[in-house]
Structure formats: structure tokens, C-alpha cells
Design a protein around this ligand. Structure first.
Ligand code: GLV
Ligand code: MN
Ligand code: MN
Length: 401
């Protein structure tokens, strides 16, 4: 049977399902993500592609001798906790099908490869696009290796367990220099293509976005023995802060601010927390506005913590500046794809990290629910195949021109 995007994704439909949260939890270097990597390696090898894992855990599948100026496509296989089936794997499966189509068409020219990046979501070690940030040197290896997951495992330990040498993690100019152009296909994480009635779009931009950890320190104590008047409860300050975050974002046109994770320490039902970590995600088309919103939130956090006899501190965990994709490449792909629409996105991608270093483009495939980072994320079979065909057309244009 000939593979399609739909049959490839059906093969991995049972890997990393999360009975507790729903959807998929496929953190980097977990059993589930390793199974997905093996699935990809198997399909790449069946196609005669030369598969290598580089020192940052990026999987490369080469058609032809790796060399400078290569046309590279790909995405990621890790997921957010309880995520959908398409964010990441759609781009990987579409890359395999697009390569099949290039082979069937007898397309030759520049070398081509599929790249699969680890820890795009930052759901295990907290830092999004960790693999591409290491490769490009945007993230220092010492900082990455010291990151810990929820169980206290360091990224260095996870790399070693995955067969990587932590001493060799870090900037990889050789890998980067081989990429002439990178094109990432991704499920659309919004409603743009629904509204336009189109299956595929070309990306224009990515919002500036970052993650901040707001730690509110109070006094741990007994839930029954501590009078309400005697408490310094950081959870109360955290609750007020969540409401303030919403208000500040709503007052700022085009801003998005989210508290998606609260971590009380120690986290017992009958325990007043001694500390709460409030994880904040802020995004806006202008970097300066992102930072202004975060500053307002920082001030609110300090004031609200003080109201409860607590103290707040804010740490920037990561920041990805606004991305405008290469306009000439974007326009070329619009033409190749017969006048496909152009859409911006609020979601971060490895393509956004690579854009600082190589010519980069993205294609989005219609998501009929408009929902992403949740189990409802969806792509219809016909749109998935249209996306792979659009990717093949784009790659053929780049390989042969
Ligand atoms: C990743 O998908 C992000 O936008 O955070
Ligand atoms: Mn993604
Ligand atoms: Mn995502």
C-alpha cells in the first residue's frame, strides 16, 4: 500500500496517548517520543534516506550527499501535555510524503533532507525550540544542560540517557551551514484558513513571545491550625495575579497573556503553600510591547504579593523575538502554490529560530476546529494530502531553480 499523510499518522495514533489529560503527551526523550523517532527512522530508511542523529539530538534524513545549500523540511515529534495529533507530526509525515512525490517526479538538483527537532514545545525542560536554539547557538549549552524536568532530571542526564554526549551539545555551525533553505509545514493553530475557505497558506510572521516564571514566596503552614488573619498565602496572591494578567492583556490591543501552569510548593490539599510558581506566556506583534506588558505584570505581581504578606520575583526563562519570514521566498511560494493566502501566526516554531540564520518559510494546513495544543486539534485527510502536495511543489521549486 502506498503511504499517505493519513496512513503515516494512523501508524502513530496509539503512541503517547494520555488517558489522564486526553490527547497526547510526548515529551522529548520519553518512551513515546523515542518510539516516534524510531517510526520516523524506519520510514526514512525504507525510502533509502541516510539517517543521522546530530550532537543536539536533531534527526536528519538525507537524500543525496549532505552538503551546503540543501533544501530542508521537517518539524518536531514532541508534544505539549495533552496535545493534539498534528502539531509537529503533521510536518514530519508530510515531509516523508513530499519526498515520495519528489522521487516519483524524478526531481533532482540540490541535496535535500528532512530534519526532526527535539523539545520544540519545551514541555519537558521548559525551554521551547531547545534543539534549534542549541544548534544555532541562541542558547548556551551550559544553560541548557542544567535545565531540569518535573522529576529533577537534568537535560544533561536526559541527553546521556538518549545516547548523546552532553559534552558535545551546543552550537553546530556545520549542520546549520548545510541548510540552504528550510521549509516547515505545520497545522494551522487558528482559524485563518477556515475563514478563507482554503486548505493551505504561506506564513508571513510569528508573534514575539516568551516565558516568565513568577515566584511568589509566602509562609508554609497548616490548613486547619492557621487562622485566616495569620496567613501569608502565596496561592491567594497567585489567584489575584491570574486575574490581573487577563486584565492587563485585554487593555493591550493584540496582546495575548496566559498563565497555563501554577506550581504550588509543596502542593498538599491541607497545606498552605510556601511558594507558588506562576508560569506566564506573553505574545504580541511588537517585542517592545511584550516587554511592556511583562513589566506591568511584574509590578502587579509585586503589589498583589505584598497585599498577602508575600514577595514576588520574576525570571525570564526564554524569549523569541518577532519573526518576519523572508518576503521574497514567501512571495515565490505563493506563486508556486497558485496564489495561496498568506497568514501570520501566534505560535512559535523551529522555523522561527532558523530564520535568523537561513532562508526560511512555513506552510500552514487548515485546522477545521481552529483549536491547537489540545486534543481537538484536527486536519481533514484531504487537506493533509493537499498540504503534502503543496510542500512537494515548494521543495521542487527550491531544489530545481
Ligand atoms: C509552541 O507551539 C508555542 O507556540 O509555544
Ligand atoms: Mn509545533
Ligand atoms: Mn506547539
Amino acid at each position: 500500500m502506498t503511504d499517505t499523510v493519513t496512513t503515516l499518522l494512523a501508524e502513530i495514533a496509539d503512541i503517547g496517548t494520555d488517558p489522564h489529560r486526553g490527547g497526547y503527551s510526548r515529551p522529548v526523550y520519553s518512551d513515546a517520543e523515542h518510539q516516534l523517532r524510531e517510526w520516523f527512522i524506519g520510514h526514512a530508511a525504507n525510502r533509502g534516506l541516510d539517517v543521522q542523529t546530530d550532537r543536539n539530538g536533531v534527526l536528519w534524513a538525507w537524500d543525496g550527499t549532505p552538503g551546503p545549500g540543501a533544501i530542508v523540511t521537517g518539524s518536531h515529534l514532541d508534544s505539549v501535555p495533552g496535545g493534539g495529533a498534528f502539531d509537529g507530526p503533521l510536518g514530519v509525515a508530510s515531509a516523508l510524503i513530499a519526498f515520495d512525490q519528489l522521487t516519483a517526479r524524478g526531481v533532482t538538483g540540490r541535496p535535500r533532507a528532512i530534519a526532526v527537532f527535539p523539545e520544540e514545545e519545551g514541555s519537558r525542560f521548559g525551554r521551547a525550540c531547545l534543539g534549534s536554539q542549541l544548534m544555532t547557538g541562541a542558547l548556551a549549552p551550559e544553560r541548557a544542560l542544567a535545565l531540569t524536568d518535573g522529576d529533577g532530571t537534568t537535560f544533561a542526564e536526559a541527553c546521556a540517557a538518549a545516547g548523546l554526549d552532553p559534552a558535545h551539545v551546543g552550537a553546530d555551525p556545520d549542520s546549520l551551514a548545510r541548510i540552504g533553505t528550510f521549509v516547515e509545514l505545520h497545522v494551522e493553530q487558528g482559524r485563518g484558513l477556515i475563514d478563507l475557505g482554503e486548505p493551505v497558506a504561506v506564513a508571513s510572521s510569528i508573534l514575539g513571545h516568551g516565558r516568565w516564571r513568577i515566584s511568589i514566596h509566602g509562609e508554609g503552614n497548616h490548613a486547619g491550625a492557621t487562622l485566616m488573619a495569620d496567613r501569608r498565602d502565596p496561592m491567594v496572591a497567585a489567584g489575584k495575579l491570574v486575574v490581573a494578567v487577563q486584565a492587563i492583556a485585554r487593555e493591550t490591543p493584540e496582546a495575548r497573556a496566559t498563565v497555563g501552569r501554577l506550581e504550588p510548593v509543596p502542593g498538599g490539599t491541607n497545606v498552605i503553600a510556601s511558594r507558588v510558581d506562576v508560569w506566564l506566556d506573553v505574545r504580541h506583534p511588537e517585542d517592545v510591547v511584550v516587554h511592556a506588558v511583562v513589566e506591568r505584570i511584574r509590578q502587579a505581581a509585586c503589589a498583589l504579593a505584598a497585599e498577602e504578606g508575600c514577595e514576588a520575583s520574576v525570571t525570564e526563562e526564554s524569549y523569541s523575538p518577532t519573526v518576519d519570514f523572508d518576503a521574497r521566498l514567501r512571495d515565490d511560494l505563493v506563486t508556486v502554490l497558485g496564489g495561496a493566502p498568506v497568514l501570520g501566526t501566534g505560535a512559535g516554531h523551529d522555523a522561527g529560530v532558523l530564520k535568523e540564520h537561513v532562508r526560511t518559510a512555513m506552510l500552514f494546513v487548515r485546522n477545521p476546529t481552529g483549536v491547537s495544543h489540545a486534543p481537538n486539534e484536527h486536519v481533514e485527510a484531504a487537506d493533509a494530502e493537499a498540504g503534502a502536495a503543496a510542500l512537494a511543489d515548494s521543495l521542487e521549486f527550491l531544489i530545481t531553480r
